[in-house]
Design a protein around this ligand. Structure first.
Ligand code: SAH
Length: 364
């Protein structure tokens, strides 16, 4: 779907994307136009909170400014290539980008919340061995407007109140694209845009440490760490970025992380049969997380074509969980959702063109 401002203009691609501007970005655009900055909040409210697709509908904004928004900015969104609904209510959109790439966005309804899982890159460079996205390499970073569009499109289909939580757990490594992810987070938290509380936004990372420090400095959102192993020799295989940022350094960074009061860091741990799921690993996990306000999230492995792993048995997962729980550490086992439409963790593949598998360790 192509909507809104400048959609008819052949030069659309070169116009600034209105959906990619956070409040400060919008204020500086307005400044440059000699307009009052306080219009920024009104414009944010129209395009995000109220979801208008055409500046002509922004009735509290003067005609001159509306015309300028229409002519000189773009409200273009990715095109919906596919819309899948799973038996359990999980919904997945495949969104086509103008360069031929496609990304995936997943909505997971639960009794007490509705979580949208968004992508931050087209593909991923980190090549985790148990992840379908990692198998494809990285094509490029998403732009802020492409991240925000995922939320906007989902809200349009689900209703304005359906999304209570947003997690950066789709395709990509958000900490390698902070330049584009941070403005998107600011829009999620802005009362005039999506108005989510920081507790309801989670960034998940495989442990890119320079990005982790920056995230902590710049935003109070929740942090999830894809740990998956308790020893470097296992984690080097599962999460190759571990060769650059080994477990001890990662956990030191977690201990130093400026965690808001009463908050925990989530540690994701994928349960792989015979690889990382023994009792001894559970005991090691408890030991290495000592002193960190932690929530352990056990994720049953989700298979995909060509994956060389098997999911741990339910009995094994329970035994592992009981050891961690028995130590007094908060532990949950993630329910597998949307498997019948390949929407579960690690199954998002999209359409990644010219994927590269280098390990760019600095945020772009
Ligand atoms: N790059 C980020 C966010 C994307 S992955 C990160 O690594 O955290 C979101 C979560 O799904 C991560 O914990 C990831 O390790 C996990 N995951 C990836 N593939 C999986 C699979 N096949 N089965 C279960 N979980 C998987």
């Amino acid at each position: 779907m192509t909507t809104g401002a400048g959609a008819d203009s052949p030069a659309d691609d070169h116009l600034p994307h209105l959906l990619g501007l956070d409040r400060a970005g919008l204020e500086s655009l307005l400044d440059g136009w000699g307009e009052s900055r306080f219009r920024a909040a009104q414009i944010l409210q129209w395009i995000h909170a109220r979801q208008v697709v055409d500046p002509a509908e922004m009735t509290n904004i003067g005609k001159g400014l509306r015309a300028r928004l229409l002519a000189e900015t773009s409200l273009q969104e990715p095109e919906i290539v596919a819309d899948h609904l799973a038996g359990d209510g999980t919904r997945k959109w495949v969104l086509g980008l103008p360069d031929g790439n496609a990304i995936e966005t997943v909505f997971i309804p639960e009794e007490d919340r509705g979580t949208l899982c968004v992508s931050s890159q087209v593909g991923c460079s980190l090549a985790c061995s148990f992840c379908a996205t990692g198998a494809q390499g990285l094509s490029r970073n998403l732009e802020t407007h492409e991240i925000v569009s995922q939320i906007r499109i989902a809200r349009r289909h689900l209703g304005l109140d359906a999304i209570s939580n947003v997690v950066f757990m789709g395709m990509g490594e958000p900490l390698l694209n902070l330049r584009q992810v941070l403005p998107a987070i600011r829009l999620l938290l802005d009362d005039f845009a999506y108005g989510l509380s920081a507790r309801r936004v989670t960034v998940s990372t495989a442990g890119v440490l320079p990005g982790l420090a920056q995230l902590g400095r710049e935003t109070p959102v929740n942090l999830a760490i894809s740990l998956h192993a308790t020893r470097d020799e296992i984690r080097n295989e599962l999460v190759p970025v571990n060769r650059h940022y080994p477990i001890a350094e990662l956990l030191a960074a977690c201990r130093a992380y400026p965690l808001p009061p009463r908050r925990r860091i989530t540690f994701e741990y994928v349960m792989l049969d015979g690889i990382n799921d023994a009792d001894v690993h559970a005991r090691e996990l408890v030991r290495i997380l000592q002193g960190i306000p932690a929530l352990v999230n056990l994720i049953p492995f989700n298979p995909f074509q060509g994956a060389g792993y098997r999911r741990s048995s339910p009995v094994r997962i329970d035994a592992f969980r009981n050891i961690v729980l028995g130590s007094g550490m908060m532990t949950v086992t993630r329910k597998t959702r949307g498997e019948d439409i390949a929407a579960a963790c690690g199954q998002l593949a999209g359409q990644v063109q010219n994927g590269r598998r280098s390990l760019p360790l600095r945020p772009a």
